[in-house]
Design a binder for this molecule. Sequence first.
Ligand SMILES: [Zn+2]
Length: 441
Amino acid sequence: MRKMRRKGLASMAVQTAESTTNSTKPAVDLGPAAALSCRECGHRVPLGPVFACEECFGPLEIAYDFSAHDTEELRKRIEAGPANIWRYAPLLPVPADVATKPNINPGWTKLVKADNLARELGVTGGLYVKDDSGNPTHSFKDRVVAQAIEAARAFGFTTLSCSSTGNLAGAVGAAAARAGFRSCVFIPHDLEQGKVVMAAVYGGELVGIEGNYDDVNRFCSELIGDPAGEGWGFVNVNLRPYYAEGSKTLAYEICEQLGWKLPDQIVVPIASGSQLTKIDKGLKELIELGLVEDRPYKIFGAQAEGCSPVSTAYKAGHDVVRPQKPNTIAKSLAIGNPADGPYVLDIARRTGGAVEDVTDEQVVDAIKLLARTEGIFAETAGGVTVGVTRKLIENGVLDPSLTTVVLNTGDGLKTLDAVAGTGLTATIRPNLDSFREAGLA
Ligand SMILES: [Zn+2]
């Protein structure tokens, strides 16, 4: 799978090769970001709108210089920072004055201690829900787009674009509107109506593609190599190294909100797999910086059975991920050919976690379970993580005596169809007799 992915990226790596030299001096000011580094071979190139290594076509990541940080000064600076992701600006590829720029400023969402859910699931070590439905466009995607837009600004792009399963489209639309960019985003034509409206309302261009997410993604790869896409910042393609760093803030927040402690176990949904890999990266950085104690943690990946390429590979003991054709109500996770799938397998195995999947019926049950126990209405992806958490506990894989954090990455209002049929208890006439007749007294 990894080889297939790299082959697809080859043309774009060539297209941008002229911007890469051996110098590591940043050409733009993106704070502590020093260069781009290949995840596979370590080859370094200057910061720029590139995402594939010119040597091996591996994915490029941000390389930082954190050497100047004094741990306690850094901790104080973070704690005194704004109640959004920019409190972590010293650890992100953004300019130091990022908080003064027009941005939707996501993050610092609630970490809910879910005692009722813990009782239902038999968790005794402390169960928390990191509820990212509290972001400006009600999904975690605001975190990654907020990063991408700062990179787009630094590189002089004026149009923001992306391929999206829905949530990202809304996040790009909102961020572009606020920051004064044009936006033109591409989605599968048959997404949930809530996500279509949510993406369109910000006034950018929204284009439905007749195909699934992987078709949309392929189209965007063609567009980026065509003159029609010149000057466009694709948040999850040519801005991907910057964009992806936004997911680290979930790890930072979880640890800071736990009192600068690592959780023992984290359950993370898998779409492309990028979020899970960046949560791992964020936790490792906090350990390296001395902001949390150096001790083991386990990362668990969650998929829907109808799109479970990573879970299938994990259970089969494979280290390659075979693409699948998605068929699940969890459309925000419906990526059949997940770019970071092999890295997710590595992380789940290295940390002692696992990757598991649940049926659509179990997703719906889990949405309702979280809603009735904690008052949190999650979108289908949240149903996947809660459902997988339950399954992992039942199977003895996840240890209920340890501190566990479950991610909810989006708002149930966007996926109302998933819980269709949930509604009125009764319809009565406006008098007490009718109320009594309905058995409600
Ligand atoms: Zn490389």
